[in-house]
Design a protein around this ligand. Structure first.
Ligand code: NAD
Length: 352
């Protein structure tokens, strides 16, 4: 066995169908009395439900979370939290809402209680992102890691089937890259393989029956494990490409991950055979890259960048941005080969 370093992250996880009912107990355990409830405008009714559940412990609702945490929204939310004298943030929603909570915590150290309703996994990471003047800056800070996470699969039945699939494959991407991370360790590799397995088993059942709580539980359990991997070990080529595509061309987050992952895995396959073996085994496939591609395609989501608004004439520029700075990856990152990868992803070609 290779020597390794393993850092456990201190967060409390409460998991199970109906576990939202423990919210008051969990706020009390944080020692908080005045919770600011965060959501997107679309999930305002979920925020209101939470507010009603916690009654006098609710200091207010801020329902303007949007993708990529614009600095203006972060400032506004910080001001609201300070004005209301909030002593914790309850973030109900996906990565955008959790991300807003993180932007508040970064300056105020306000504890975050996250209630994830997608599979993005932000709730398990100390990574934050804030967008200023069109540029998304990300960083790591222990203060932004949610102290408590309530995973209630009942809250995910409203996540549309297609978004469930792309969000689930977004989670699989964290685990897949975690398996070949430079700082991979055996504990996170167990999380990664089990996370992929749970999502690969759960997603087809969610598509067949979005209200299936057992299937939703498998997916949310997988998302938790994959999110923990993202928070614990370094990501590589796949996440770099998706960050470039999302940041420079405003492509939708989960869909972009779903389209790029098979190609990033094909690119790295020969350089990371053990990781590929474990990904394929978790997917019940013979090949990791093809397994992810087939999972996405069989569940009816798009597998081509050209379908989600990527401009054809930007592939060269994108390859340039993504290869500008050196970063850890199992196979050296070469501009020509990355350009070819992007072409395959653009066309939606099945990896060979
Ligand atoms: P999202 O949070 O933007 O949600 C997408 C849409 O789905 C929103 O309108 C939301 O209100 C809605 N939605 C969420 N849950 C729903 C449900 N159960 N039912 C119905 N509608 C629901 O999407 P996301 O993919 O979860 O998050 C993407 C963002 O999170 C990106 O900005 C990404 O960079 C960030 N992210 C950060 C980290 C991290 O570690 N910092 C990790 C993953 C993602």
């Amino acid at each position: 066995m290779q020597p390794f370093v393993y850092n456990s992250q201190a967060s409390r996880v409460v998991f199970g169908a109906g576990s939202l009912r423990h919210l008051v107990r969990e706020i009390d355990l944080l020692g908080a009395r005045r919770a600011l409830v965060l959501s997107t405008p679309e999930q305002r009714s979920s925020a209101e439900h939470v507010a009603a559940l916690i009654g006098e412990r609710c200091a207010g609702i801020f329902d303007r979370a949007v993708m990529h945490v614009p600095i203006e929204t972060a400032r506004e939310a910080r001001e609201v939290a300070a004005r209301l004298n909030a002593d914790c943030a309850v973030a109900i929603g996906g990565g955008s809402t959790t991300g807003l909570g993180k932007a508040i915590a970064l300056e105020s150290s306000l504890p975050i209680l996250a209630i994830p309703t997608t599979y993005a996994g932000s709730e398990m990471t100390p990574i934050y992102g804030i967008t200023e003047a069109g540029l998304k800056k990300t960083g790591r800070d222990a203060r932004v890691l949610p102290k408590t996470v309530i995973y209630d699969p009942e809250l995910t039945t409203g996540l549309p089937a297609q978004l469930s699939v792309t969000s689930g494959i977004n989670a699989i991407a964290h685990a897949a890259e975690g398996l070949y991370a430079q700082d991979a360790n055996p504990v996170m590799s167990l999380f990664a393989e089990e996370g992929i397995r749970a999502l690969a088993q759960g997603l087809p059942r969610v598509v067949a029956s979005p209200d299936d709580i057992a299937a939703r539980s498998d997916c949310l359990y997988g998302a938790w494990l994959c999110g923990a991997v993202l928070g614990s070990v370094g990501m590589a080529l796949h996440h770099k490409l998706c960050h470039t595509l999302g940041g420079s061309y405003n492509l939708p987050h989960a869909e972009t991950h779903t389209i790029v992952l098979p190609h990033a895995l094909a690119y790295n396959a020969a350089a990371a055979p053990d990781a590929m073996h474990r990904i394929a085994r978790a997917l019940h496939a013979t090949d990791a890259a093809q397994g992810v591609f087939d999972l996405a395609q069989s569940l009816g989501v798009t597998v081509a960048l050209k379908d989600i608004g990527m401009p054809a004439d930007q592939l060269d520029r994108c390859a340039g941005i993504a290869t500008q700075n050196a970063y850890a990856n199992p196979r050296p990152v070469e501009r020509g080969a990355i350009r070819a990868l992007l072409e395959d992803a653009y066309q939606g070609k099945r990896p060979a």
